[in-house]
Ligand binder design. Structure first.
Ligand code: NDP
Ligand code: HSE
Length: 435
């Protein structure tokens, strides 16, 4: 006997890499999804820019329209997969205004206009679902929003950008140069034609803002996220990291700081040294992983595909089923919790360990001078490795591992080192995370 379900109208905005796969899966698995959602999900239409553009999968021509506004009116669930700020923002606000729940994968929009969208949804009792907006197919939004709602998240360390992980991984495994691997990443379709958002850390910073907001119940604006990319990472830095027992990964770090009652948070994206023994060190290729530490749960690791049309469609459809269930059950949507509203500290106040690589002249007293500068700056040395190259005018390479120091102290000390007569060159300064 077939169950008669209530019909819910689903409007899809965008049929690119992700949207076309969402439409195909929604059409192919309609009956199964209806059983899971408790509602028949009727794909009412697909709004695109050009109805005749080629699609990754075959989809019924009659579903396509360029009139997103008409499609949104009367929909129960609106899936926004256009990307960018406008017209995605306006369409989502229209959808909320007309009583629909919204599913989106749009990290750029959520990281910049999230509070506006969540407040609009709260006002009418609707929900905004966005599992695919951080780390693609990996379930991380729902674990932070629901499964860990009874715990206190202490730290998140995530590899949340596939393109940069692919580049760093190939530099690590093949000793290849940044520019060569970036060209391959573009050819393979991992990186955008303009890869700035990936390699300069903007994409990871958007995801960090989203994850930190959820984890710490605090609205984290994008400009509060400290961001550095990977364009300065060289093959020799990777080689040096390896000899010291580390890999270099672009990390999104979201951290709770200070004692209970006087807490703050830090949200930052930068390339960092990760010990070989840390679970994030073995995340290869374009994969993503998010390592969460919570007070009661301890360490949790979420791993998988952070991008890709069909992979990301999985997360989007999970949200569609959740939205349908809520629609059927009734009641108000679950809003975003920003009750804690913890202060966000600037990068200068963050403490980490560092590895500083210097080229210095190989002469008596040089090591003592370097040690003196570090000591004057309040930066305590944990390890020093020296290698010497050249015979006539030998140059020593010093790799100095520090104890924990503030960014402020470290950066003033590195400036002093760079100005010192004994230092020929500051080769690199990298933070150490995950120890
Ligand atoms: P694409 O660029 O592949 O597709 C965008 C779609 O939006 C196209 O179908 C395009 O239409 C349509 N579109 C663009 N402008 C308009 C407009 N003004 N009105 C109506 N439709 C419009 O994007 P993706 O599928 O890659 O990404 C979609 C979202 O998912 C983004 O927010 C992205 O950040 C996110 N995401 C993507 C991942 C991925 O692996 N691709 C992973 C995780 C998240 P037309 O086809 O006619 O040009
Ligand atoms: N450009 C992104 C990445 C796509 O490389 O991870 C997924 O957000």
């Amino acid at each position: 006997m077939t169950t008669e379900y209530r019909r819910l109208r689903v409007a899809l905005l965008g049929a690119g890499a992700v949207g076309s796969q969402v439409a195909a899966l929604l059409l192919r698995h309609g009956d199964e999804l209806a059983d899971r959602a408790g509602a028949a999900l009727e794909l009412a239409g697909i709004a695109v820019r050009d109805v005749d553009a080629p699609r990754d999968v075959e989809l019924p021509r009659e579903l396509f329209t360029t009139d997103a506004e008409s499609l949104v009116v009367g929909a129960d669930i609106v899936i926004e997969l256009i990307g960018g700020i406008e017209p995605a923002r306006t369409s989502i606000l229209q959808a909320i205004g007309s009583g629909a729940d919204v599913v989106t994968a749009n990290k750029a929009l959520l990281a910049t206009h999230g509070p506006e969208l969540f407040e609009a949804a709260d006002r009418v009792g609707a929900s905004v679902y966005y599992e695919a907006a951080a780390a693609g197919a990996i379930p991380i939004i729902r674990p932070l929003r629901d499964s860990l709602a009874g715990d206190r998240v202490v730290r998140i360390m995530g590899i949340v950008n596939g393109t940069t992980n692919y580049i760093l991984d190939r530099m690590e495994t093949e000793g290849a140069d940044f520019a060569d691997v970036l060209a391959d990443a573009q050819r393979l379709g991992y990186a955008e034609a303009d890869p700035t958002a990936d390699v300069e850390g903007y994409d990871a910073a958007q995801k960090a803002a989203i994850l930190a907001s959820l984890a710490f119940h605090t609205a984290v604006p994008l400009d509060a996220v400290h961001r550095e990319g990977i364009t300065s990472i060289t093959a020799s830095m990777i080689e040096e990291a390896r000899s010291a027992g580390f890999v270099i990964k672009l990390l999104a770090v979201c951290e709770r700081l200070g004692a209970e009652g006087a807490e703050s948070i830090s949200v930052r994206v930068y390339p960092a040294l990760v010990p070989h023994s840390h679970p994030l060190a073995s995340v290869h290729g374009a994969n993503n992983a998010v390592f969460v530490e919570a007070e009661a749960a301890g360490s949790l690791m979420f791993y998988g595909a952070g991008a890709g049309g069909v992979q990301t469609a999985s997360a989007v459809l999970g949200d569609v089923v959740s939205a349908a269930r809520r629609h059927i059950a009734g009641g108000v949507g679950v809003g975003e919790s920003t009750r804690a509203n913890l202060p966000i500290v600037p990068i200068g106040h963050v403490t980490t360990r560092y590895q500083i690589t210097l080229e210095v002249s190989d002469a008596p007293g040089v090591l003592a001078t370097v040690a003196g500068i570090l000591s004057d700056g309040g930066v305590s040395v944990a390890t020093v490795v020296q290698t010497v190259e050249g015979e006539a005018e030998p140059t020593a390479r010093l790799v100095i591992g520090t104890h924990r120091a503030t960014e402020q102290a470290l950066s003033a000390t590195v400036d002093a080192l760079a100005e010192s007569a004994v230092v020929e060159r500051v080769v690199s300064v990298l933070r150490v995370e995950g120890e």
